[in-house]
Design a protein around this ligand. Structure first.
Ligand SMILES: Cc1cc2nc3c(=O)[nH]c(=O)nc-3n(C[C@H](O)[C@H](O)[C@H](O)COP(=O)(O)OP(=O)(O)OC[C@H]3O[C@@H](n4cnc5c(N)ncnc54)[C@H](O)[C@@H]3O)c2cc1C
Ligand code: SF4
Length: 478
C-alpha cells in the first residue's frame, strides 16, 4: 500500500477550476491539475483495503490500489501499465467519469475518498507527455476481418482490442469525425477533442481503418458487411431521444439538446457555420433558456448556454430534489442517490425540481414562455398539485430528457437483430452475441443510455467475445 498512515496524515485535496468569469470566455477545459508531488500525496492516502470496493465500483475494474501504490513509489510508468491493463482510454474517464469508484472508496464513509479520478487522469496525461504511450501493433495477424459500426467509446475500445489481437478491423462511423458522444455530445470544456484524435492516430498505427461519413444501413448495407467480414459489432449508441409531446412543442424554439451541443462542438472544431449547422444556426446568445432534464446532457446545455451568452438559464427536472447528503449506512459502497451539482451549475443557473411542463406559449411560431406545474409523487408516479401552475419566460427550450434506445431504422432493421423489452439490441454480457450469427453488440446500443466507462467496459468485453468466436480461444482480458 501507499503510506500505512497516509490517510490519517494527509487531507483529501482535489483538482481545482479556473474562475467562472475566466472559463466562461471560451470552450476550453478549465481544470487545474495538481502537481505530481501533490498527486503522490493523494495516492498515499489509499489504504489498500482487504476488499478494495473501489475496484468493484469501477465499471472497468481499474486496479486502483495497485496504481495508487505505484504512484506513491514514484513508479509512474508502471502505474500507467497497470491502468492501461483495464482501461483503453483513461484520459477520457479521468475527465468525464462520474467516479463511482470514489463513492465506493472506504474513505468515503467519512466523505473524504481517495481522489481516484484525478490520480488516474494524471497518470495517463503524464504518460502522453513523457512519450510512454505508443502504438502497440500485433505481433501476428490472424487473417480475420471485423467490422465495427459506431466509433463512440464502445466501438473505439472494441476496435483497439481486436486490432491488438491481430484482426483486421474496419471502424465505420456515420459522422464526419470519430468519437461518438465524446466528440459531439460532451462539450469541449469537459473534454477537449484533440484527446480523441491522438487515440485515433494510435489506433490507426495499430492497424484500425477508420471509415467516417459512412452510415451502415444507408450508405453501405449490413449484408455487404456480413459478406466481407468475419464478424460485425454493432456499437451505434442509443441515439433515439425522448421528445416532449405537449401543445406548442412543435415551435422552432423547442430543440433537442444534441442538435444544440453538436453545433457548438463543430464550431469549436473550426467548422464554418454551414458545416456546423447545415439546418440553421441554433444558439442561446441573448436568450432566456430553459433546459428540460436534470442529467449530464442538461448540465452540458447549461454550460454551453452560459458560454454562448444566454440572458438566463433555468434547468427543470420532473423528479423530486434528491437529498444533499446520502445516508451512508444505507448506500455505501453503492452509487448513492444525492444532489449532484456540476461545474456548469456553478457557472450560473436556476434549478427547479418536481416540475412538469404543460405547454409552450408563443405567437407566430416564436416561443415566449413555458407553462409548468409542480408535481408530487405517488407510487412512483407524478401527480399534479392543483393551483401550483407557473410560467417561465423562454426564448429557447432545450430538451435533454434522455434517450429511448437505438434508432431502429437502417442498421438495426437490416441487421434483423432481436431487441430486448427496452428496445436495445438483445445480447448478454458473456458472449455479447445478438440473435444473428456473427453479429455482436455492445455499449449504449446494447445496454441503453449509460456512461463512457461502461461503454469502454462493454467494448473490451465484446472484443474478447468476438476473438473467442473467431479463434476458438482468446488472450484478451475481460
Ligand atoms: C450530452 C451528453 C453528455 C454526456 N456526458 C457524459 C459524461 O460526462 N460522462 C459519462 O460517463 N457519460 C456521459 N454521457 C454518456 C456517454 O457519452 C455515452 O454513454 C457513451 O458515449 C456511449 O458510448 P457508445 O460508444 O456506446 O455510443 P456513442 O458514444 O453514442 O457512439 C455511437 C456512434 O455510433 C455511430 N453510429 C450510429 N449508427 C451508425 C450507423 N448505422 N453507421 C455508422 N455509425 C453509426 C454514431 O454516429 C456514434 O458516433 C453523455 C451523453 C450525452 C448525450
Ligand atoms: S474509470 Fe471512473 S470509476 Fe473507474 S477508476 Fe476511473 S474515475 Fe473511477
Amino acid at each position: 500500500m501507499g503510506k500505512a498512515t497516509g490517510f490519517l496524515e494527509i487531507e483529501r485535496r482535489d483538482r481545482t477550476y479556473d474562475a467562472v468569469d475566466k472559463r466562461l470566455k471560451n470552450f476550453n477545459e478549465f481544470v487545474i491539475p495538481l502537481t505530481n508531488e501533490a498527486i503522490r500525496d493523494q495516492a498515499a492516502r489509499c489504504m489498500n483495503c482487504g476488499i478494495p470496493y473501489c475496484h468493484n465500483g469501477c465499471p472497468v475494474n481499474n486496479i486502483i490500489p495497485d496504481w495508487n501504490h505505484l504512484v506513491y513509489e514514484d513508479q509512474w510508468r508502471s502505474a500507467l501499465e497497470v491502468l492501461h491493463s483495464t482501461n483503453n482510454f483513461p484520459e477520457f474517464t479521468g475527465r468525464v467519469c462520474p467516479a463511482p469508484c470514489e463513492a465506493s472508496c472506504t474513505l468515503n464513509i467519512d466523505d473524504a475518498p481517495v481522489t481516484i479520478k484525478s490520480i488516474e487522469c494524471q497518470i495517463v496525461d503524464r504518460g502522453w507527455a513523457e512519450g510512454w504511450i505508443v502504438p502497440q501493433p500485433p505481433k501476428h495477424k490472424t487473417g480475420k476481418r471485423v467490422a465495427v459500426v459506431g466509433s463512440g467509446p464502445a466501438g473505439l475500445a472494441c476496435a483497439q482490442q481486436l486490432a491488438r489481437a491481430g484482426h483486421a478491423v474496419t471502424l465505420f462511423e456515420k459522422n464526419d469525425r470519430v468519437g461518438g458522444l465524446l466528440r459531439y455530445g460532451i462539450p469541449d470544456f469537459k473534454m477537449e477533442k484533440h484527446l480523441i484524435n491522438r487515440r485515433a492516430q494510435q489506433m490507426e498505427a495499430e492497424g484500425v481503418q477508420f471509415r467516417t461519413g459512412v452510415e451502415v444501413g444507408v450508405v453501405i448495407s449490413v449484408e455487404s458487411l456480413r459478406e466481407n467480414y468475419d464478424a460485425v459489432v454493432l456499437a451505434g449508441g442509443a441515439e433515439n431521444p425522448r421528445t416532449l409531446d405537449i401543445p406548442g412543442s412543435e415551435m422552432s424554439g423547442v430543440r433537442l439538446a444534441m442538435e444544440f451541443l453538436t453545433q457548438q462542438n463543430k464550431r469549436n472544431a473550426g467548422d464554418d457555420e454551414m458545416r456546423a449547422a447545415p439546418r440553421g444556426t441554433l444558439t442561446a446568445t441573448g436568450k432566456h433558456v430553459v433546459v428540460i432534464g436534470g442529467g449530464d446532457t442538461g448540465s452540458d446545455c447549461v454550460g454551453t448556454s452560459n458560454r454562448q451568452g444566454a440572458l438566463s438559464v433555468t434547468q427543470l427536472e420532473i423528479m423530486p430534489k434528491p437529498p444533499i447528503r446520502e445516508e451512508k449506512a444505507l448506500s455505501w459502497p453503492n452509487w448513492p442517490l444525492k444532489l449532484r451539482s456540476s461545474s456548469s451549475h456553478e457557472e450560473g443557473c436556476e434549478r427547479d425540481w418536481a416540475v412538469m411542463t404543460k405547454r409552450v406559449l408563443g405567437s407566430g411560431g416564436k416561443i415566449e414562455a413555458l407553462e409548468c406545474i409542480r408535481v408530487e409523487f405517488e407510487g412512483g408516479r407524478p401527480r399534479e398539485i392543483p393551483g401550483s401552475e407557473f410560467t417561465l419566460k423562454a426564448d429557447l427550450v432545450l430538451l435533454a430528457m434522455g434517450f429511448l434506445g437505438p434508432r431502429t431504422g437502417g442498421l438495426i432493421e437490416q441487421a434483423g437483430v432481436a431487441l430486448d423489452e427496452r428496445g436495445n439490441v438483445k445480447a448478454n454480457v458473456v458472449d455479447y452475441a445478438s440473435s444473428e450469427d456473427g453479429i455482436f453488440a455492445c455499449g449504449d446500443m446494447r445496454r441503453g443510455q449509460s456512461l463512457v466507462v461502461w461503454a469502454i467496459r462493454e467494448g473490451r468485453q465484446c472484443a474478447r467475445a468476438v476473438d473467442l468466436h473467431l479463434m476458438g480461444t482468446t488472450e484478451l482480458p475481460r
